[in-house]
Design a protein around this ligand. Structure first.
Ligand code: CP
Length: 316
């Protein structure tokens, strides 16, 4: 299915076929990163601004690498050291970047909906690199790409998301993306971190299970979330030690999952809080594969949002 969108704001608004188009395109682009010269001219002449109002390691480096591998010109902005500290608003900051004739804005922002707000008045394409607790669509896509590589297909597969569901934009993008393509999602975590009406989120809803061993019993993939202390206004569990005892994924807990079940984490990990050291570094972990796939997914998103297609062949 052709991808005709100017922006990528979230997975909620995409059709299953559009998600599949992005994943198929990412599969094609993955090979470019294996070449001795990791560059194609697909976005030559395009200028992309990476605007990060929140900290990032993986997403920011991954977008920058994806842009360079597609031959785009890039500029980077972070809140620290910018005129935001002098009181400049988001709209003014981005209007000024636009005045420098930028074609695309990749943005991470702490406010849910910041990207939709900008998309209403900017000519440039907007790509969401994470907005508050709302969505992190490229993370959801790279998680789906990794699952598809290991499980063959996503339709009918069981995916369990464990942890701080309430504050997690990764959980929301996974739930929207996975349910749209027919996977079944179970969420597990402390009741204090379970958002209201979570059961009805996604296409057809999700299952809520508070016992971690039951939650992973039939799972094909487990996605473990970081406890986001920076987004919690009040302490939502008694202690890190108690959280680890009840919801930490340890080798003993993992025995309840089928043997083929893969272990994922979007990073950054809190080892010894939501995931045991032995699990993070164990045979089932595909966490660094997720990071590798992130570059291919971001190449695919930038290429498609810029209007690219393979009608005239794969970019050489
Ligand atoms: N997964 C993720 O978004 O990581 P960063 O915050 O390091 O970008």
């Amino acid at each position: 299915m052709p991808f005709n969108r100017k922006h990528l704001l979230g997975l909620e608004e995409l059709a299953a076929e559009e998600i599949t188009t992005i994943l198929d395109t990412a599969d094609t682009f993955k090979e470019i990163s294996e070449r001795p010269i990791k560059k194609v001219p697909a976005l030559r002449g395009k200028t992309i601004a990476n605007v990060f109002y929140e900290n990032s390691t993986r997403t920011r480096i991954s977008f920058e690498l994806a842009e360079k591998r597609l031959s785009a010109d890039t500029v980077s902005f972070s809140k620290t050291g910018s005129s935001v500290s002098k009181g400049e608003t988001l709209r003014d900051t981005v209007e000024n970047i636009r005045a420098m004739k930028v074609d695309m804005v990749v943005m991470r922002h702490g406010s849910s909906g910041a990207h939709r707000f900008l998309a209403n008045f900017l000519d440039a394409s907007i790509v969401n690199a994470g907005d508050g607790q709302h969505e992190h669509p490229t993370q959801g896509l790279l998680d789906m790409m990794t699952m598809r590589q290991h499980l063959g297909h996503l339709g009918g597969r069981n995916v369990t998301i464990i942890g701080d569901i309430m504050h997690s934009r990764v959980a929301r993008s996974n739930i929207w993306g996975l349910t749209k393509v027919g996977a079944k999602v179970t969420v597990c975590g402390p009741s204090t971190m379970m958002p209201a009406e979570i059961e009805s989120l996604g296409e057809g809803g999700v299952t809520v299970e508070y016992d971690i061993r039951k939650a992973i019993a039939g799972a094909d993939a487990i996605n473990i979330l970081r406890i986001q202390l920076e987004r919690q206004k009040a302490r939502l569990f008694p202690s890190m030690r108690e959280y680890f005892e009840v919801f930490g994924v340890t080798p003993e807990v993992l025995e309840s999952a089928p043997e083929h079940c893969i272990v994922m984490h979007p990073g950054p990990m809190n080892r010894g809080v939501e995931i045991a050291q032995e699990v993070a570094d164990g045979d089932r972990a595909v966490i660094l594969e997720q990071v590798t796939n992130g570059v291919a997914v971001r190449m695919a998103v930038l290429f498609l949002v810029a209007g690219g297609s393979f009608e005239s062949g794969t970019p050489e």
